[in-house]
Design a protein around this ligand. Structure first.
Ligand code: NDP
Length: 457
């Protein structure tokens, strides 16, 4: 590693010692940048790395709300506005009890490079709250009611609205923030500002959303993997694919995989994993989507209704099949560790495509890179969601709605461009086939050059 990178890493570790996820993300990116930093001494002269690891602004705020029993509850809200060198801050909102500053800084940092890779003018940001819509604060085992979620979202936006705007910061959904939450947040923003604008993406079609936005992250990950397979003159026909998660990203990745002739043999959630040796059908998947998006239940409740499905309580999906070809981690960070990676490699896995952000631990990443399989890091392969958010912003500002075919074909084109850029950057710096190096270098270079051009700010 270059002395410059080493020095910056030590400084980041010292300043952020209690932020493990953020440190993991920074180490992952910086440890791959030596070739480009060595070739461009101006980056060190202008302190680009020191600046890129520090958020431009971090907002932390109180979110008071009243539950259905009339009790006042207080959560913590955040927005990390990480880097606006190439466009307005852009990145999702996550509502989950695991949300803290470390998690949001890791996600915001990743988002800078991901957004840069999309080729669209979007900076990096992330936000959310430790609010848990899946657990009512007054009745154990019950979810928050729609009214409670609405009151929370309205209070959250009552502070956030002064920090965002269509040319400043454009949040979207992430874990536990889907169409329902975006609707409540948008309604409150509009009321406070007295203006209709494309300030949030992931909106419903009836008020400015884009066709294919819900599908885009999952579909995009599969398109990225298709491009990787094409470099080996291969495709998805008959491939056995393990998918983790059963939320937005996982369900649409699974839907596209089945459509392309692959067999999706697993899905998971916090209750456990289902394994279906013969593969899920599109009808099974529709039942899972209904369960997760409408009934808001757990996979354990539906396993018995899916033909041939076995349910493994509290298990992750990686070590359930004796043989598989591809893995799609689409649930959460650090959900696939070194032992899982060793198992996957031993049992035939040749393609790993991350739908989630940072789902593979550093030892798992090292194992995939060492084995020289087709391994796509999330910042490249899950960029389809934010790219389509960018397309939603374009449609809003032009007051236009494109057809599903239009958006899907643009998404395919963007995923191919991301794949080709990452592959070309890796090859240029002597690491052909290493998509980790390629994605980091290509994403970083564009932002670093924009920062250079804008002076010290
Ligand atoms: P959802 O909330 O729709 O789904 C998340 C899924 O992951 C659920 O099935 C959830 O289970 C499961 N999950 C979450 N945490 C854990 C855990 N600790 N252990 C086991 N399972 C878990 O979120 P998304 O699908 O939107 O997001 C999934 C990942 O993709 C995240 O990393 C997100 O940052 C990333 N991503 C999302 C994008 C998007 O457009 N939505 C864009 C780019 C990346 P349960 O239902 O039980 O909670």
């Amino acid at each position: 590693m270059s002395k410059y990178i080493d020095r910056v890493l030590k400084d980041v570790q010292q300043k952020n010692a209690n932020e493990p996820e953020f440190l993991q993300a920074v180490e992952e990116v910086l440890s791959t940048l030596a070739p480009v930093v060595d070739a461009h001494p101006e980056y060190e002269a202008e302190a680009i790395l020191e600046r890129i690891v520090e958020p431009e602004r971090t907002i932390i705020f109180r979110v008071p709300w009243v539950d259905d029993k009339g009790v006042v509850r207080v959560n913590r809200g955040y927005r990390v506005q990480f880097n606006s060198a190439i466009g307005p801050y852009k990145g999702g909102l996550r509502f989950d009890p695991t949300v803290n500053l470390s998690v949001l800084k890791f996600l915001g940092f990743e988002q800078i490079f991901k957004n840069s890779l999309t080729t669209l003018p979007m900076g990096g940001g992330k936000g959310g709250s430790d609010f848990n819509p899946k657990q009512s604060p007054h009745t154990p085992g019950q979810r928050c009611s729609d009214r409670e979620v609405m009151r929370f979202c309205q209070s959250f936006m009552t502070e956030l609205f002064r920090h965002i705007g269509p040319n400043t910061d454009v949040p979207a959904g992430d874990m536990n923030v889907g169409g329902r939450e975006i609707g409540y947040l948008f309604g409150q923003y509009k009321r406070l500002r007295n203006e209709w604008s494309g300030v949030l993406t992931g909106k419903a079609l009836s008020y400015g959303g884009s066709l294919i936005r819900p599908e885009a992250t999952g579909y995009g990950a599969v398109y990225f993997a298709e491009n990787m397979l094409a470099t080996k003159k291969d495709n998805f026909k008959g491939k056995l694919c393990a998918v983790s998660g059963s939320g937005n990203v996982a369900s649409f990745a699974a839907q596209k995989l089945i459509a392309l002739g692959a067999k999706v043999i697993t899905l998971s959630d916090r209750s456990g994993s289902i394994y279906v040796e013969k593969g899920l059908s599109q009808k099974d998947l529709e039942a899972v989507m209904q369960l997760k998006n409408v009934a808001r239940g757990e996979l354990s409740e539906i396993a018995a209704k899916i033909k041939g499905a076995k349910f493994f309580a509290k298990a992750r999906p990686w070590q359930l099949a004796d043989k598989l070809d591809c893995a799609f981690p689409c649930a959460c960070q650090n959900e696939l560790d070194g032992k899982d990676a060793a198992y996957l490699l031993k049992h035939g896995c040749k393609v790993v495509t991350e739908g989630a952000n940072m789902p593979s631990t550093p030892d798992a990443v090292a194992a995939f890179v060492k084995a020289k399989i087709l391994y796509a890091p999330g910042k490249a392969s899950n960029a389809g969601g934010v790219a389509t958010s960018g397309l939603e912003m374009s449609q809003n500002s032009e007051h236009l709605s494109w057809t599903a075919e239009d958006v899907d074909s643009k998404l395919r084109g963007i995923m191919k461009a991301i794949h080709d850029n990452a592959a070309a950057a890796a090859a240029k710096y002597g690491h052909a086939g290493n998509y980790v190096m390629g994605a980091n270098i290509a994403g970083f270079t564009k932002v670093a050059d924009a920062m250079l051009a804008q002076g010290v700010c």
